[in-house]
Structures are given as C-alpha cells and as structure tokens.
Design a protein around this ligand. Structure first.
Ligand SMILES: Cc1cc2nc3c(=O)[nH]c(=O)nc-3n(C[C@H](O)[C@H](O)[C@H](O)COP(=O)(O)O)c2cc1C
Ligand SMILES: [Fe+2]
Ligand SMILES: [Fe+2]
Length: 397
C-alpha cells in the first residue's frame, strides 16, 4: 500500500502475514506493518529502508510512475532483515544504488548481501537531494547497534526506524485518523512491541530521545505502525514512559502469571483478583502457556507487582512457566515485588526454582512455597496474606 505523506514523500506499507512470528518468536496475529519511505527530490531519488525477503513494492512504486531502477540512494536506518531481506533483488536490479548507513551498517550490508557500495554517515551529516535536506543521526541500540535515524529538515519529518513503532495492522495511516477501535488496538500493541523488541535497550531510547530533543519534529515516520503527524510528541512521551518502566517507574498494577495442569494452583486466582479489585489495583491475569509469553512480558514490564502461580512438574517448576521466567531474564523484567505459590503432591520443587529465578531477576520476594494438592486453609491464608503485602508494596509511591 502506498500513501502520500507530503509532495514527493510517500509511505510504502507492507503488511506481514498474521500467521508469521515476528523475529521468529513474537505472535503477530493482529498484524504488523513494515514501512519504507520513498522521497523524490529534484536531484536524487531516495528510499528509506526496504522490506523483508519475498516482499516488494513494485506495484506501489509503479502507481507513482516509479520503479526500483530509478532510485539513486537507499538509506538503511538499520539492517535487520525485516527491512532488508529483499535487498538482493533490489541490488540485482539496481546495482549502482548508493547505500547510506552507519559504519556497522556498512559491514552488515556486506556480510548479509555482499554489497559494498555504501557511504558511511557521520553523525549530523547532511545530504541535499534537491529541495529536501536529509540529516543522519546515529542512534545506536534502538534497536540494533547499527541504528540511525534520518531527519528531513524542511518538513521536520523524523524517519525513526524501529523507535516509536508498534505491532498491529491499521487501516489508518496517521494518528489523527485512528478510530476508537484502532486506538484500543494500538495501545497494547505498542506496549507489547516495546516490551518485546525494544525494552532491553531502554537506556538507549532515553539517550536517543534526549539527543533528538533539539530538533523541530513535526511528523514521525517509524518503520512499523502508524505515522504520527498530529501529535508526534505523544508517542515520544509514551516511549519515554515505557523506557521509564525499565528504570523502575512502573504502574501500580499486578501481573498474575498462572500455570495449572489440573486446576489446583488456578483455584486461588479468583480470590487474588477480587482482593486487588477491592484495593483498587488493576491486575492482568495471564495463563501460561495458553497465552504466549510475549503478552506476559508486555504486562509484567509495566507492572510493579508480579505473582507467579505455578505447580511442580518433575521436581521443578512447570516448564512453560520456567520458560516464561527465562524470557524475563533475557528481557530484563527485573526488580518487581513478587510472590510465588503452586500445588505439588510429593516433595515439590517449583518454589526452589522460583528462588533461583528471583535471584536472577532481583525480585523483592514476599513469599514462595509449594503446597500439597488442593491446599489447606492455612495454605490459603498464607497466599492471601502474602498477596495483601504485595498490594501494599504496589500501592507505595
Ligand atoms: C507430569 C507431572 C509431573 C509431576 N512432578 C511432580 C514432582 O516432581 N514433585 C511433586 O511434588 N509433584 C509433582 N507432580 C504433581 C503435581 O504438582 C500436582 O498434581 C499438583 O496438584 C498439580 O497442580 P495443578 O492442579 O495446579 O496443575 C507432577 C504432576 C505431573 C502431572
Ligand atoms: Fe529491528
Ligand atoms: Fe524493524
């Protein structure tokens, strides 16, 4: 799909197959777009980012009387193959196109596509393409170390690469066109995208936002999701808040992860949800593995409190829950106030494994224990007492 952003500036939007997994692991059953941008200056024709293997923009470009062979410059803000997988085709059809990339981007272009015709940008370097001036800013680690952003001076447009992006498929192109139901999709899908893809790089996100704060940004064109033209600051502030979650500024909410083979561990969750509701605390209950860990990462990332309700399975924690906590280690979902409980029948073991995760995740553990079978009144009291403490911790400023 092609949309005109301004005279001579077009968005090329490719919708990934909803059955695919993003980065080979994240469900995108509600879609995700891969955005590329096409700028036709009076001196040079420029593509900013491209698309994944197997996809192309030939028909979209043809609708503007353009073809791949017409482009002089390809700006690669970042080399991840969701934006570059189809480059072999582009390079074979347009073997002279000059790539603009960071130094690392240049190395990757050669390693991945054997292509050497790359101009290495310097931070703040300008390129006059005829009536439009592009300025390149190195913004490492949002999301890869090679990442840069491209700013169109005359129009105040920031081509921000993965930053300010989102999962989700939207009819609307712009923030000011979003319907209520699209907003309802954009909110969690932006947070899930951030928590899954970007969260580990939050300090770089804040650094990047800071570094770009002097620019007059009137439109943000990310490489996934919608274009922000009415209120670009909205998404900048939103991203700053999300980055803040990684640094400890979290919502007074509790994420309850629950695994249960036969319902014993699960039987306690309703009580906890009611207690939280009475205390005015929002909970997000997620069944593992029924729900993909992608969503657990999203909700736990924003929450101050965490409940891990998981039974014992072959002397250890129920494996899908351990797998989910392993994601938390990798995605640095650390430092939450937390508790664990779970049903077992013999010697237990989930609690011991929870303790080792708690150490890696620097959790502030209120309680963890394995009970037998359905649990006794005492077990129930122990769980609700711990949860009452968790609510108090979450409420604290
Ligand atoms: C495949 C399997 C392995 C189990 N391994 C253990 C174990 O090693 N130690 C233990 O104490 N209980 C073990 N159990 C017993 C469960 O922890 C027990 O049935 C518990 O009540 C299940 O909780 P749930 O109803 O929440 O799934 C195992 C159960 C299953 C089905
Ligand atoms: Fe990326
Ligand atoms: Fe991307």
């Amino acid at each position: 799909m092609i949309s005109t952003i301004k005279n001579n500036i077009h968005l090329l939007r490719y919708e990934k197959n909803h059955d695919d997994l993003f980065e080979g692991c994240w469900p995108i059953n509600k879609g995700v777009s891969i955005n590329s941008y096409c700028l036709t200056g009076s001196k040079k024709r420029v593509l900013i980012d491209y698309v994944e293997a197997g996809a192309d923009f030939d028909n979209d470009l043809a609708s503007q009387g353009l073809k791949l062979e017409d482009f002089d410059i390809l700006v690669l803000n970042h080399m991840e193959p969701d934006h570059t997988g189809a480059l072999s085709t582009l390079f074979s059809r347009n073997p002279d196109i000059l790539v603009y990339a960071t130094r690392l981007g240049a190395t990757e272009t050669e390693s991945l596509y054997g292509y050497k015709n790359v101009h290495v940008i310097t931070n703040g370097e300008e390129l006059d393409i005829g009536g439009m001036t592009l300025v390149f800013y190195a913004t490492p680690n949002i999301h890869w170390p090679d990442t840069m952003m491209t700013y169109l001076k005359e129009e105040g447009i920031l081509f921000s690469c993965d930053a300010f992006g989102a999962f989700g498929a939207y009819q609307s192109v712009y923030d000011d066109e979003l319907t209520d139901s699209e907003w309802a999709l954009l909110k969690p899908e932006t947070e899930r995208y951030y928590a899954n893809i970007v969260a580990s790089f939050s300090s770089f996100v804040l650094r990047g936002i800071n570094a770009l704060s002097g620019l007059d940004i009137r439109t943000i064109c990310p490489s996934h999701g919608i274009v922000w033209r009415k209120d670009p600051l909205y998404v900048v502030n939103w991203y700053a808040r999300l980055a803040g979650y990684a640094q400890g500024e979290r919502e007074k909410e509790i994420t309850i992860l629950v695994s249960s083979m036969y319902g014993n561990t699960l039987s306690y969750i309703g009580t906890l949800e009611r207690m939280a509701k009475e205390a005015g605390i929002v909970t997000h209950t997620i069944r593992i593995p029924d729900t993909n860990s992608s969503y657990a990462i999203e909700k736990a990332f924003r929450s101050k409190g965490l409940v891990v309700a998981a039974p014992t399975y072959e002397k250890e924690m129920f494996p899908p829950m351990a797998h989910c906590l392993d994601w938390f280690v990798r995605k640095e979902i650390k430092g939450r106030a937390a508790m664990h409980f779970g049903s077992s029948l013999w010697s237990g073991g989930a609690s011991a494994e929870f303790k080792s995760y708690a150490e890696k995740l620097q959790l502030d553990v209120i309680d963890t224990f394995d009970f037998r079978g359905k649990g006794t009144d005492e077990d129930r009291k122990r769980i609700t007492d711990a949860f009452a403490v968790l609510i108090e911790r979450v409420k604290q400023d």
